[in-house]
Design a protein around this ligand. Structure first.
Ligand code: 5GP
Ligand code: ZN
Length: 113
């Protein structure tokens, strides 16, 4: 399957890993939008949020758990951080393997920026 993030899971492309376990991989984004910008993915290929099934809940539920863990380790868990999941083109999804963006180390505004 021609999926960039599956290639990282399989180490056909070497990610800059910040966390890994049996079900989840987290690595630094190549184009960071914050001092810390980590992508947290399930090792299982799921193309979009619309494709999550009941069977996936255990692994998908681990994504925010890993986000909080990485945020704690990076030292901004208490200050605050942002997690984002883009679904489909209208929201700016460019890689069709679900991923949680974890951004921290700066202040964020809402709804944009
Ligand atoms: P999306 O736009 O799908 O929500 O997010 C895709 C993210 O993947 C973007 O933040 C982009 O910078 C990141 N990305 C794209 N290609 C690569 C790559 O080859 N390596 C890494 N580490 N991140 C990538
Ligand atoms: Zn994939």
């Amino acid at each position: 399957m021609d999926c960039l993030f599956c290639k990282m899971v399989n180490r056909e492309i070497e990610p800059d890993v910040v966390y890994e376990d049996e079900h989840v991989l987290a690595f630094n984004d190549i184009n960071p939008q914050a001092p810390t910008h980590v992508l947290i993915i399930p090792k299982k290929h799921i193309a979009t949020l619309n494709d999550i099934r009941e069977d996936d809940l255990e692994v998908v539920g681990r994504l925010p758990l890993v986000a909080a863990r990485v945020a704690r380790e990076a030292g901004f868990a208490e200050d605050g951080y942002r997690v984002v999941m883009n679904c489909n083109e209208g929201a700016g999804q460019t890689v069709y393997h679900i991923h949680m963006h974890l951004m921290g180390g700066r202040r964020f505004t809402w709804p944009a920026g």
